[in-house]
Design a protein around this ligand. Structure first.
Ligand code: HEC
Ligand code: HEC
Ligand code: HEC
Ligand code: HEC
Ligand code: HEC
Ligand code: HEC
Ligand code: HEC
Length: 259
């Protein structure tokens, strides 16, 4: 996605009806095209205040959510935040609840793709989390209702990786020999949505590691990494294959993460 910084009201244009001009207020980065809000046949927008009558536990925490900055203008659409993901709620509210008369984005990423157009492409890459296959949802890693939508951004080092390690328990450690790279988050090496590279890696060769471990050419034919000549090693494969640093997340036996 391309972001353009802007500190003014920026219109997000819906292809659908005119009342659906969404406005983002404040100093945010926006450059998105919104195709259409989710729709519910026969229903109209009622505004978030209506939802709070029955969903207080959600609405009371929504004020600091990333998506609470979304606001719509026109008619009765003041602070329409909830319905930008759940669709128009008049029939649902009138019926006092129900499942068929409201959109639940947990069952399909389509709602999210409407505004985050580029994400469909990322999840279509050959190595991706199985969101398009319906085995995972965006909200496994993103919090729609409170605080930062990117959960990694809030909290400690443990919090940083907790988004991932709740499923990938093995990579959480603790290890006798920890690889300090993980302190900067799993996403220094993995693209969380998808990648053309195996295991969703950001790079398929040593460039992944050379982000942090500098390569020094001290003499012709000598390549120093971590103080050791790697010239003959680099031709054998990736840093994490060919019997080199196979325990890239951390090791119980080898300080150089060999196994
Ligand atoms: C960014 C999109 C988004 C916005 C905005 C949003 N929601 Fe949700 N909502 C979701 C997703 C995704 C789920 C399913 C995952 C979950 O339960 O966290 C969900 C689930 C729900 C549920 C069902 C929870 C359950 O336990 O089954 C309710 C009720 C709900 N939302 C109400 C609201 C209300 C009220 C608002 C406005 C204050 C709101 N939502 C704003 C995306 C959103
Ligand atoms: C009059 C009470 C009432 C109002 C108003 C109301 N809801 Fe609900 N809502 C419910 C009840 C009850 C359920 C549980 C339905 C069930 O499990 O069958 C529910 C369920 C939901 C769900 C989960 C549906 C699912 O697939 O599990 C979502 C999402 C939701 N509401 C969003 C909203 C939004 C957004 C608004 C405001 C536009 C809203 N609700 C207004 C009573 C209400
Ligand atoms: C109506 C349009 C709209 C819908 C629907 C929507 N988003 Fe967003 N989303 C936005 C906008 C606009 C921002 C940027 C807000 C900001 O920067 O303050 C945003 C921000 C985000 C961010 C944080 C981006 C960052 O750089 O910090 C995440 C993550 C996110 N959305 C995920 C989702 C998920 C998951 C869903 C579906 C449950 C969803 N969004 C549905 C419009 C939408
Ligand atoms: C496996 C976990 C995971 C899933 C599933 C996931 N995300 Fe993300 N997403 C992340 C992480 C982690 C980041 C932060 C990336 C970073 O800091 O480099 C992120 C960043 C984002 C951002 C902001 C930065 C950017 O790339 O634009 C948006 C928007 C977003 N995700 C939307 C979505 C949507 C929409 C879905 C579902 C279609 C989704 N994500 C599913 C983990 C996930
Ligand atoms: C809700 C559970 C869940 C969460 C959260 C999650 N993943 Fe995954 N992850 C999966 C599933 C399911 C697969 C697919 C496994 C398969 O296809 O066999 C997967 C696959 C992977 C793979 C590829 C594994 C392989 O053998 O090819 C990597 C790497 C990965 N995830 C990293 C991450 C990172 C990094 C995060 C955090 C941003 C994360 N995951 C969050 C469930 C999750
Ligand atoms: C220093 C870079 C780096 C960091 C940081 C990193 N990974 Fe990995 N990860 C890799 C590499 C390289 C592979 C491929 C290993 C292979 O193919 O043998 C991999 C593979 C994986 C796999 C597939 C299973 C496996 O072991 O082959 C999962 C799941 C995974 N990583 C999850 C995570 C999680 C979760 C985090 C954060 C706690 C994380 N990774 C942090 C580099 C990293
Ligand atoms: C985000 C930065 C970062 C990335 C990316 C990274 N590392 Fe590291 N790595 C570190 C830090 C910090 C240390 C601990 C200090 C040191 O020894 O340089 C470390 C230590 C190591 C060590 C132990 C060195 C020793 O003998 O004490 C090995 C081996 C290693 N990394 C291999 C790799 C491999 C292989 C990759 C690529 C898959 C990689 N690193 C990617 C930051 C990183």
């Amino acid at each position: 996605m391309k972001f353009k910084p802007s500190c003014s009201k920026s219109a997000l244009i819906f292809g659908g009806t005119a009342i659906w001009g969404l406005f983002l207020v404040g100093c945010v980065m926006v450059d998105r095209t919104v195709i259409a809000p989710p729709s519910v046949p026969g229903a109209t927008f009622v505004g978030s205040a209506k939802c709070s009558q029955c969903h207080e536990e959600v609405t009371s925490k929504f004020h600091d959510a990333t998506h609470a900055k979304l606001m719509a203008k026109g008619g009765n659409a003041q602070d329409i935040g909830c319905e930008s993901c759940h669709g128009p709620g008049s029939l649902h509210a009138k019926a006092g609840g129900g499942r068929d008369n409201i959109v639940n984005p947990n069952s399909s990423p389509e709602t999210c793709f409407q505004c985050h157009l580029d994400k469909r492409g990322e999840f279509s890459l050959p190595n991706a989390h199985p969101v398009l296959a319906g085995k995972m949802s965006c909200s496994d890693c993103h919090e729609p209702h409170k605080g930062d939508a990117v959960m990694e951004n809030s909290g400690s080092i443990d919090g940083l990786n907790a988004t991932c390690t709740k499923c990938h328990v093995q990579q959480a450690g603790p290890y006798v020999f920890e690889h300090e790279a993980s302190r900067e988050g799993c996403v220094v090496c993995h693209n969380p949505h998808g990648s053309i590279n195996a295991k969703m890696l950001k790079a398929r060769n040593q460039n992944l590691c050379l982000q942090c471990h500098f390569q020094q050419q001290t003499a012709p034919g000598v390549i120093l990494i971590g103080g050791r000549d790697h010239a003959s090693f680099l031709s054998r494969g990736t840093c994490w294959s060919a019997g080199c640093h196979e325990s890239v997340h951390g090791s119980h036996v080898s300080s150089s993460l060999r196994f």
